[in-house]
Design a protein around this ligand. Sequence first.
Ligand code: NAP
Ligand code: ZN
Length: 352
Amino acid sequence: MPTARSYAASSATSPLAFSPIPRREPTERDVEIEILFCGVCHSDLHQARGEWSALPTVYPCVPGHEIVGKVTRVGSAVTKHQPGDVVGVGCLVDSDHSCPICESNLEQFCPNATFTYNSPDLHGTAPVTYGGYSSSIVVDEHFTLKVPGNLELAGVAPLLCAGITTYSPIRRWGDIRGKKVGVVGLGGLGHMGVKFAHAFGAHTVVLTTSPGKAEDALRLGADEVIVTRDANAMQQAAGSFDFILDTVSADHDINAYLNLLAIDGTLTMVGAPDKPLPVSAFGLLFGRKRLAGSLIGGIAETQEMLDFCGQQGITSDVEVIAIQQINEAYERLLKSDVKYRFSIDMASLTEG
Ligand code: NAP
Ligand code: ZN
């Protein structure tokens, strides 16, 4: 069986370190990809450190689901790509392809969806799937995306998770032009949410705990910035938002953000802190407000998002790192110190 180089966590408390991993020979529907860049999602950190009780981690864990790479081999039945093509892979690598959910292009909710890492590996190559902090990956062609040729690849990688996770709920909301949209948390997801809300014509407001990010927020496309620790500013903005996208990765008081919604306003959670968040019933009742959730997006919608980014020239603002900096990058994520996504240059992943 072919072997790939990777960086893996061997327990919840060990730093990520070099580890060889098996990769399957491409089957007839598979595409083999040499990985060029992989974005660093906060989900990688949650999973590597065993922080999600709902999704326990199987070790070794190779995170990474914001993958851009070059096709090296294709199976005999593959029609979408040929060797040399630049392709993307996000959070999904397989599903049953046939259930009504898959047929509605919502593969992320397929009961048999295989996620890019920490999902049972149905091919039997390893106990679970291994993600993109690796030199190569083999994926069913349906789960590969075409990458627009005009975009810089280090900044494309994060579109495969942070991009689609924010694009999908913003599109689902409807025509957002002229509406007041808040994005809570200016990290990897948040900065993409700002770019998309702005691109679709919303009056975009960043809600941040970091006053130092205000200038960047405006540059990224925000019309206003509210520092959420400023009680006065939060009071003045009460009842004024049509839609709020909450990207916060840690425990936080969601009621403070529900209070900002106008009548019939919606707050959609995309952040995934482990601990349940208490919600005030009265906070929802007064104003007939809605609290919702959203998980990445299906493959067709992910392609639509990438094509939109190609047309608009949208990429993620990245700090390119070597794989050897990954543990330090995780510590910086925990301090909200990322501008605004780490993207790993996989050329750095040499032996040991
Ligand atoms: P990230 O880059 O670390 O950004 C999170 C941001 O949240 C921080 O930059 C910070 O922004 C804010 N924040 C952090 N701690 C906070 C606190 N205690 N209170 C208020 N704000 C806080 O993380 P990410 O990669 O964007 O991921 C965000 C979350 O989304 C993670 O939980 C991840 O697992 C989840 N996720 C979900 C999906 C999905 O499909 N739903 C997909 C990908 C990721 P400020 O400095 O501006 O306050
Ligand atoms: Zn992610």
